[in-house]
Design a protein around this ligand. Structure first.
Ligand code: SF4
Length: 357
């Protein structure tokens, strides 16, 4: 039988372990509400190792919420380039502006008010409230849900909202009155270092004696997840066009995939449409007409959260005057200053291999 979970010994054991084992992460060195906000938004859907250099660059360039509020969106997105999920960067920027211009420059300290901020959902609000403002609450993301499901022996799918809410309710009973922020981070750290998705390291786990999944020999089958709907498969046609050594890039419109980032002109293929036709449409939409034929120069695949994208990349000579403002002829040495997504970089890398059509 595992030890009773209600015992404060569980939280104590976890906090002692966290104090000894926690990783040295830049947002933990100089904790502040702003650093917590930036790190939590960057960490959504992204692993810690990938976030560290982005966090350091971002907070060096924008050391305060005020500095971020005063920045241009283009510069914010450029520093986010390659981290993915660009709506997070736009939300962070909007939050900074809202807090500075409408809330007196300080982030609110309770979950309800935090949730009103752009891009701050239930998890991020709880993380900010616990870590930055020592509120007694528990942020439950996928990692923490896995840890809780195992400790509690939860055998229903943890991605069902009702099950997730139940886990949070139970988990909050474990949060100590003192150091709730450390407790939240300890739960996250346990999920990252010890209670791994496959092959949890139970012999090293500080809460092993409280864990029902371990007692029941069920660590391999808990947590359970409901089946995800398959990603929608899309096929895109992209075109590399050059003039005087510069490559034509366009900025993705707001509320579209990769909004705000720069890519080759592209179009999604319609049902039954040939990629070359979609490529011509991509240029025609800018006011350009292809001269001669399109030359296929490569293919790429990129998996987004909800889409599985395949892209055919062409190169072409094109004539005409560009009719939209969000298009630019870009030199190779200017690319680093533009917000580019990983997908955008991949297609540009293919285009750069082709010097002349
Ligand atoms: S004992 Fe194992 S399964 Fe249970 S919380 Fe610790 S690492 Fe996870």
């Amino acid at each position: 039988m595992p030890a009773p979970l209600s015992s404060p010994a569980c939280a104590r054991a976890l906090l002692v372990w966290y104090h000894r084992k926690k990783r040295d992460l830049p947002w933990r060195r100089e904790p502040s509400a702003y650093h917590t906000l930036v790190s939590e938004l960057m960490l959504q859907q992204t692993v810690v190792a990938a976030v560290v250099p982005y966090f350091e660059r971002f907070t060096t360039r924008f050391p305060t919420l005020q500095a971020l509020a005063a920045a241009r969106e283009e510069d914010v997105l450029a520093l986010w380039s390659g981290l993915g999920y660009y709506s997070r960067a736009r939300h962070l920027h909007r939050t900074a502006r809202l807090v500075v211009h409408q809330l007196g420059g300080a982030l609110p300290s309770n979950e309800e008010d935090l949730r009103q901020l752009p891009g701050v959902g239930a998890y991020t609000a709880a993380a900010l409230a616990a870590i930055a403002f020592s509120r007694r609450t528990l942020p439950v993301d996928g990692n923490v849900a896995r840890v809780l499901a195992r400790i509690l022996g939860e055998r229903r799918p943890i991605d069902r909202p009702a099950v997730r809410a139940g886990l949070r309710l139970q988990g909050e009973k474990l949060v100590p009155a003192q150091r709730p922020g450390d407790f939240a981070q300890a739960m996250m750290e346990l999920g990252a270092l010890c209670c791994l998705p496959r092959q949890p390291r139970c012999p090293q786990c500080p809460v092993a004696r409280f864990c029902r999944a371990r007692a029941q020999g069920a660590t391999g089958s808990i947590p359970l997840r409901a089946k995800r709907p398959a990603r929608r498969r899309i096929h895109l046609a992209c075109v590399a066009v050059r003039r005087r050594g510069r490559l034509l890039l366009v900025r993705r419109p707001a509320k579209t995939l990769l909004a705000g980032t720069w890519v080759l002109p592209l179009q999604e293929l319609r049902a039954g449409e040939a990629a070359t036709r979609a490529a011509r449409r991509a240029l025609a939409g800018l006011g350009l007409r292809v001269e001669g034929s399109l030359r296929p120069v490569g293919n790429l695949r990129h998996v987004f959260t909800h889409r599985d994208a395949r892209a055919s990349v062409f190169s072409a000579h094109a004539r005409g005057r560009i009719e939209i403002p969000d298009a630019r002829w870009v030199r190779a040495d200017e690319l680093a200053s533009l917000p580019l997504s990983t997908f955008g970089r991949k297609m540009i890398a293919i285009a750069q291999r082709v010097a002349i059509v």
